[in-house]
Design a protein around this ligand. Structure first.
Ligand code: GLA
Length: 704
């Protein structure tokens, strides 16, 4: 049983395979967090629940570790919940009001205000095999008047007794997403957040905490990821009593909303976990959890070609057909037309919102291209950006009132576009209808769903309809409902989440998305950094990577095709170059890599990822994927630059059986058979000499 209640000591104990999580009900009826970390005997921990008196100046400091504290009374830390009741009282005093345990892995702790009929249920869903707990809350208003919610976090994760707390998170910007940062926290708050209406490239709702000594392979790590694709906030607060509380949920900034009498609100899920084996172990737990409980499917990732970088907006049926023929020749399985196929979309200045096939570009309709693509043995995929509109579009001319706008303001344009208020029922219906029409009219197997601007001026043009601030939340909920409905209506269509690169990837949207476009930066070397940061939190099976041109358009960097392919083969392989310009030799080489990829993709998709070496600490980057049955493994290794004369770099592997024999094929005729222990302790010689080198090494267990 993963969850138990110790009646005598009033302690709830959550036990996963490799962790314990304890909280209890103290004398004042407060639910108090007690412990989270390596497994302990809950029965030994009764004294942790004792009131911790400090001084009259810091009364009830025990509340610092409240499991879910409302703002009121003596709480001065970041509150989990802040409300204003109908009579104007803003003081919330939540007390324990019983528990429910309908399923062995699920616990509901009921809290109620001392005076008002406001109930808060804390939900815990335990994943014992991944050492993870999903937490969220439901808030029910039993009062006769509306209750205003000013802040409602999904959960607070507490770590109580480390000598130092180091926070690891990702930051970035367009074309430079998922850059890792680590800092030891001093007292006060470090806030990671988005106020941009979507998850954002500047930060991502994932965190990891350690004592400053954890490494990729060792040390205790506490971590969490929030499933919300709108404004979010994660606040890591180190108190002056040496505790750390990490609260997370929908951002309270401009985010208050009302719960009507008799109604409830349910927060997004905030997943937390503990790992004894460093950041590598943490990532593998998160990856396995995402595969098992978040991602909608586990279909084999098809090799795709996307013509965006080749043609940009200059899409036409002839050029696309030429590209499709070349793509089929190198083994591509899915041909995707990106932006530019619809309306008057000849640049980013017009057409967005007019989802009719452009008759100049496709005089005989889109089926001419789809038929050609299908006859070449490939699937067809297409790009859409349903939430956006250019002012220069028929849609905007017909419905200027559909965009976010304050009545007295002109509104900001970004990439020459405005954003539709998806919270409006008529806008939601429009998006659902045109997508349904598109997917029922054509044989489309893949949708790349983009979102190329942030939310600004989140109001409604018609001031009579000016409503509460919860448009932020409604947009995201309606987006999820649309994706959910489209998946139900078109179960064979796969969806990719994209937002000007990787700005909308989180555990919320990933419940609906098969794959994710993690960055518009396709420079294979920059990608090693971006992909590394991405895999700290997210499963590489969703990570789409394209092979593009050299020299690269963004950085001017020249890299051989081998390096570009190997870098992209670590996730879902795509090709985004103008392959019509590739020589016969390049096409033949590409075909060979595509074939190699098809042989290893089940390992990268379903296996466990070990990050062996990082460009943050060395000139070699390397990742190893080990099949879940342990029979096969594949390693990708890269040397960005050679320094100070050649020396033989050996790469020690991970995740193998020390006593088993493995055949190691480095692709250069150097196949050897060695024990797992040798490969993990002595390592594999990489044989690199020079800049821009890379290698794919295949490892197969040999039966004796
Ligand atoms: C965004 C996407 C790109 C491409 C363009 C099209 O930037 O991230 O991959 O689809 O839009 O306009």
């Amino acid at each position: 049983m993963p969850i138990s209640y110790l009646e005598e000591s009033h302690i709830f104990a959550i036990r996963t395979a490799r962790s314990s999580y304890l909280f209890g009900i103290n004398d004042s009826g407060t639910v108090q967090h007690l412990y989270w970390g390596s497994p302990v005997h809950a029965g030994d921990c009764a004294d942790l629940l004792r009131a911790k008196h400090h001084s009259s100046f810091d009364a009830a400091v025990d509340r610092e570790t409240e499991e879910y504290g409302g703002w009121g009374g003596l709480l001065y830390a970041e509150p989990a919940l802040k409300v204003t009741f109908g009579d104007g009282v803003r003081d919330l005093l939540l007390r324990y009001d019983g528990y429910l345990m309908d399923k062995p892995e699920e616990l509901v702790i009921r809290l109620a205000d001392e005076y008002y009929a406001l109930k808060v249920n804390l939900h815990y869903r335990v994943f014992p095999e991944f050492d993870l707990i999903e937490r969220y809350v439901t808030i029910t208003n039993g009062e006769p008047s509306a209750v205003r919610i000013e802040q409602a976090m999904s959960a607070i994760w507490s770590v109580l007794s480390l000598p130092a707390y180091r926070l690891t998170h990702v930051t970035g910007r367009w074309a430079g997403e998922y850059q890792l940062r680590s800092d030891v926290l001093s007292e006060g708050k470090k806030v990671l957040e988005s106020r941009r209406g979507f998850t954002g490239p500047h930060a991502n709702p994932w965190f990891a905490i350690d004592d400053g000594t954890a490494s990729e392979t060792s040390g205790h790590v506490w971590f969490g990821a929030l499933g919300w694709s709108g404004n979010w906030k994660i606040a890591a607060e180190k108190t002056t009593f040496g505790h750390l509380r990490v609260s997370g949920g929908i951002n309270d900034f401009d985010g208050s909303f009302a719960i009507a009498p008799g109604e409830s609100y349910t927060s997004p899920v905030f997943t937390g976990g503990f790992c004894e084996n460093g950041f590598g172990g943490m990532s593998r737990q998160l990856h396995r959890y995402q595969k098992a409980a978040i991602l909608p499917g586990s279909r084999e990732r098809k090799v795709l070609y996307n013509s965006w970088e080749a043609t940009e907006f200059a899409v036409n049926v002839q050029d696309q057909k030429v590209l499709a023929h070349k793509a089929a020749r190198i083994g591509v399985e899915r041909f995707v037309v990106d932006d530019g196929w619809f309306g008057a979309r000849n640049s980013d200045r017009a057409g967005l919102g007019d989802w009719q096939v452009n008759p100049q570009k496709f005089p005989k309709g889109l089926n001419e291209l789809i038929d050609e693509v299908k006859s070449l043995g490939m699937d067809f995929g297409i790009w859409v950006e349903p939430e956006s509109v250019n002012p220069d579009s028929d849609l905007y001319r017909a419905h200027p009132e559909w965009v976010y706008q304050f009545p007295t303001r002109a509104g900001s344009q970004l990439r020459n576009q405005l954003l539709l208020n998806l919270g409006l029922p008529e806008v939601k219906q429009f998006v659902l209808d045109f997508m349904t029409n598109l997917l029922s009219s054509y044989d489309i197997s893949f949708i790349k769903w983009d979102m190329n601007r942030t939310v600004t001026e989140p109001g409604i043009a018609d001031e009579r309809q000016q409503r509460e601030h919860s448009d932020w939340i409604r947009h995201v909920n309606n987006l999820y409902e649309i994706w959910g409905e489209l998946r139900r209506r078109f179960p064979n269509v796969e969806f990719e989440t994209c937002a000007g690169g990787g700005a909308r990837i989180d555990l919320g949207i990933l419940r609906f998305a098969d794959q994710a476009w993690i960055s518009d930066n396709t420079d294979a070397l920059d990608r090693l950094h971006i992909q590394e940061g991405f895999t700290y939190a997210y499963d590489p099976s969703v990570m789409m990577c394209w092979v593009t041109e050299s020299p690269h358009g963004m950085n001017g960097r020249r890299l051989p095709l081998s390096f570009r392919f190997h870098s992209a083969m670590m996730g879902g392989l795509g090709i985004g170059a103008n392959i019509d310009r590739w020589s016969e030799d390049e096409l033949a080489e590409a075909k060979d890599y595509v074939e190699q990829y098809k042989r290893i993709r089940l390992i990268t998709m379903h296996g466990d990822l070990y990050r062996l070496s990082s460009l943050r600490h060395s000139n070699v980057a390397a990742c190893q994927y080990v099949a879940r049955d342990g029979q096969e493994s594949v390693v990708f290794a890269f040397q960005n630059a050679q320094h100070f004369g050649a020396w033989e770099r050996r790469l020690t592997l991970q995740g193998l059986d020390p006593d088993a024999l493995y055949e190691v094929d480095a692709g250069d005729g150097r196949a050897v058979t060695q024990h797992g222990s040798t490969l993990m302790q002595v390592g594999v010689a990489l044989g690199f000499s020079g800049d821009g080198q890379s290698r794919m090494i295949r490892i197969a267990r040999v039966e004796r």
